[in-house]
Design a protein around this ligand. Structure first.
Ligand code: GLV
Length: 321
């Protein structure tokens, strides 16, 4: 029996080769809009991207759907109760993107601390007149404190790297218990408020949920140290961007480096692009050749398991624990 599955046009087909192997037993259609209307009720598997809203409206169009395989670790684009209500399994791609995202977080952290973006722009645009003792001064990392909001896989990998730069680590975790490996990093668990007051650099590694949406708001920014730096490689909506803009404009914060924004893409005319000390990247945390292929591979494995009615290698729990 052939399984009809839909994949997004953005993923290079070669990365999804597993679906085309005869033993996969799949017929692959590229793009939901390419599925002829009479065949929508045959679709059993959907490979989705974080840019694709998977909501009840979509699920109603696909009544036979068994699995949504999101090619991302985050899955805030998927309406979980809609999947639960329709008995559709959901998979994601954790683990394989941890190192790439942690590397990018460190790149942002270093860039913000050493004003790389601004200095490179000045060099390129003719403002590099001579070597000046007090030109483009930044901060060095040794001895500073990194506040990790969310010590999951990625947060931990960032903390490990930051230890290598001589930073002290504090963190907010999901539970009331210390992270089992926190001691290896000498990392101290604090409350959110304590972390904001203690950290020189705050880095966000929590999923976007109703609880985390806007958690870095004006009040949180106010609690941060004067001249602290904010790094966000998780989801844009965790930060109140108007409040961040105000904090950067008044010099309350030294800088912010964001790989994620709300919306994405952020329109080039958005004032955050011109805010002092603000570096914005186009959501490239996991963008390495190796990692993106691994994510696609894992997404294929979730998809194939789901269409066969087998347990997914990386399922997302559809009910709250
Ligand atoms: C990227 O942001 C992901 O969630 O995989």
């Amino acid at each position: 029996m052939t399984h009809l599955v839909v994949v997004p046009p953005e993923v290079p087909r070669e990365w999804l080769a597993r679906l085309d192997q005869p033993e996969a037993g799949c017929e692959v259609i590229v793009g939901i809009d390419a599925v002829p209307t009479p065949r929508l009720p045959e679709v059993v598997g959907l490979l989705s991207l974080l840019t694709m809203p998977v909501d009840l409206e979509l699920l109603v169009r696909l009544p036979a759907l068994r699995v949504v395989s999101n090619m991302a670790v985050g899955y805030d684009n998927v309406v979980i109760p809609a999947c639960a209500a329709r008995g559709v399994a959901l998979g994601n791609t954790p683990g394989v993107l941890t190192d790439a995202t942690a590397d990018l977080t460190m790149a942002l952290l270093l860039a913000a601390a050493r004003r790389i973006d601004e200095a490179a722009l000045d060099a390129r645009e003719g403002r590099w007149h001579t070597w000046t003792p007090d030109g483009w001064l930044g901060v060095e990392l040794r001895g500073t404190t990194l506040g990790v909001v969310g010590l999951g896989k990625i947060g931990y990998a960032v903390a490990e790297r930051a230890r290598g730069f001589g930073m002290q680590i504090c963190y907010v975790g999901r539970s009331d218990h210390d992270h089992p490996d926190a001691a290896k990093l000498g990392a101290q668990r604090l409350s959110f408020t304590e972390l904001l007051a203690r950290a020189d650099i705050v880095t966000l590694h929590v999923p976007l949920t109703d609880e985390t949406q806007g958690m870095i708001d004006a009040a949180a920014l106010e609690q941060m140290k004067p001249e602290a730096i904010l790094i966000n490689t998780s989801r844009g909506a965790i930060v109140d961007q108007d409040a961040l803009l105000a904090a950067l404009t008044t010099g309350r914060l030294r800088g912010a480096a964001l790989d994620v924004t709300s919306p994405e893409p952020l329109p080039p005319a958005h004032p955050l692009f011109a805010a002092p000390g603000c570096l914005i990247l186009p959501h490239i945390g996991s963008a390495t050749h190796t990692t993106r292929r691994r994510m696609a591979e894992l997404a294929c494995l979730n998809l194939l398991a789901g269409v066969r009615g087998e347990p997914l290698p990386h399922p997302v729990a559809l009910t709250q624990p």
